[in-house]
Design a binder for this molecule. Structure first.
Ligand code: PGA
Ligand code: ZN
Length: 417
């Protein structure tokens, strides 16, 4: 079996928001891989640039003119060499020339082609024989902030984390039931509720944050009781979206409140206690490592996770590690561009005791590769929504992986949360 790259074919496709995105096929002498890139809406400032000037069309041209000739003839087994070649062709630190999403699609399609050339599934190829642990699905149930329109909660995501489930299938079942229960409650609570959902498939309702906390925590508790295991609950504040640099305050528009960093800290500590939150993502804006550290020190049994704070970037993570800024990190491969860069960030995070959370983007396709990456890199959590096509593509792929592993499959231990 040989994994020499014979051809690279790229095309424009669409994500779940109907935005243009890039899809790449990598064809080797005995295999094939295909991947497409996602897109964020509440992006971190330190993310790589998605596309060169001229958008997807220009990226396709770069693949034909610059990238395909360089990669053809290389061995897809050597992921690091492929990814380094992408960096060399680009020559900038943030993929200004070829685009980070171009790099992402090539990098993932290459890994898939290499696995396929060896007759292996991606998680087996990347993770080897010890890759048999399934992640817990962290699922978005109510959307607010930049992910919603009109009157909605200021906090971007209300998330279910069924951390007591014995299997992935049970955990995914719990999330689906929680999502459904919340929909039913919202129908009663908000007379104008028409079943609207965000790009991530979470409900958008005319309610404030306090109502959203009440509704989500009640649904998690009830489903937990019905299924007889713990269903935790968390939020993604996406605080950079709330931060007003001039006023130095977090603006909660729907609530009509403004909070400075100290008030934000108190507010979040109260919420952790009142609702037994097990997970808080981006509690402060993306440059405030110090407040992150204070919350991490004071919060008990709660993951404090950096998304925009770290942007899957090892250097930013090192800064966070030095300050004890968090104890968890979101991994979005397209924030950094290549699989090699992302896997180095994961290793670094895990070496320092951080919980790694593999994640989708709000704009996404039915590409399911992150399901395999979560298993291959032993991420205890995957954040990939509950319903909606692009989310279900990943959830169902994890169900398949669990089924494929049979009695070798196990869950990580998150019961202590
Ligand atoms: P995104 O954000 O819209 O940038 O994908 C999702 C998130 O903040 O986790
Ligand atoms: Zn986030």
């Amino acid at each position: 079996m040989s994994s020499i790259i014979e051809d690279l074919i790229a095309r424009k496709i669409f994500n779940n928001r109907g935005e243009e995105t890039i899809e790449v096929d990598v064809i080797t002498t005995s295999g094939f891989g295909r991947a497409s890139a996602p897109a964020g809406k509440s992006r971190g400032k330190a993310e790589v640039l998605y596309y060169p000037q001229g958008g997807v069309d220009q990226a396709l041209k770069k693949i034909d003119d610059l990238i395909a000739p360089e990669l053809t003839g290389l061995n897809s087994d050597f992921q690091e060499e492929i990814d380094n070649t992408l960096h060399e062709i680009d020559g900038t630190t943030n993929f200004n020339i070829i685009g980070g999403n171009t790099a992402f699609a090539i990098s993932l399609a290459n890994a898939e082609a290499a696995a396929n050339s060896h007759g292996l599934l991606l998680f087996q190829f990347l993770g080897g024989s010890t890759a048999n642990t399934l992640p817990y699905p962290l699922g978005n149930t109510i959307s607010g902030g930049k992910h919603a329109r009109g009157k909605a909660p200021d906090i971007q995501e209300y998330l279910a984390l069924p951390n007591g489930a014995e299997t992935f299938l049970e955990a995914a079942t719990a999330n689906a039931q929680i999502h459904k229960k919340i929909g039913n409650t919202l129908r009663k609570k908000d007379k104008l509720f028409s079943g609207g959902k965000s790009s991530e498939g979470a409900w958008i309702a005319n309610i404030g944050d306090i109502d959203a906390f009440e509704v989500t925590s009640k649904a998690c508790e009830e489903v937990g009781n019905e299924l007889d295991f713990e269903c935790g609950f968390g939020i993604d504040v996406a605080a950079s979206s709330l931060w007003n640099e001039k006023e130095k305050k977090y603006i909660y528009e729907s609530e009509g409140k403004k909070r400075d960093a100290t008030e934000q800290l108190e507010f979040l500590l109260d919420l952790i206690e009142q609702y037994h939150l097990t997970y808080i993502e981006d509690p402060f804006h993306e440059e405030n490592f110090e407040s992150f550290a204070e919350l991490t020190k004071k919060a008990k049994n709660c993951l404090i996770c950096g998304d925009d704070l770290f942007t899957t970037n090892s250097e930013r993570l090192n800064h966070g590690i030095a300050l004890n800024a968090a104890n968890a990190i979101i991994i979005k491969v397209n924030q950094i561009g290549t699989l090699t860069d992302a896997s180095k960030t994961i290793e670094n995070a895990q070496r320092h005791g951080y919980t790694t959370v593999m994640s989708h983007r709000s704009g996404d396709t039915c590409d399911w590769h992150i399901a395999h990456l979560a298993v291959a890199f032993k991420c205890p959590i995957i954040k990939t929504g509950v319903v909606e096509g692009a989310r279900i593509a990943k959830i169902n792929e994890l169900v398949r992986i669990e089924h494929f592993l049979g009695n070798k499959a196990k869950m990580t231990d998150l019961k202590t949360l």
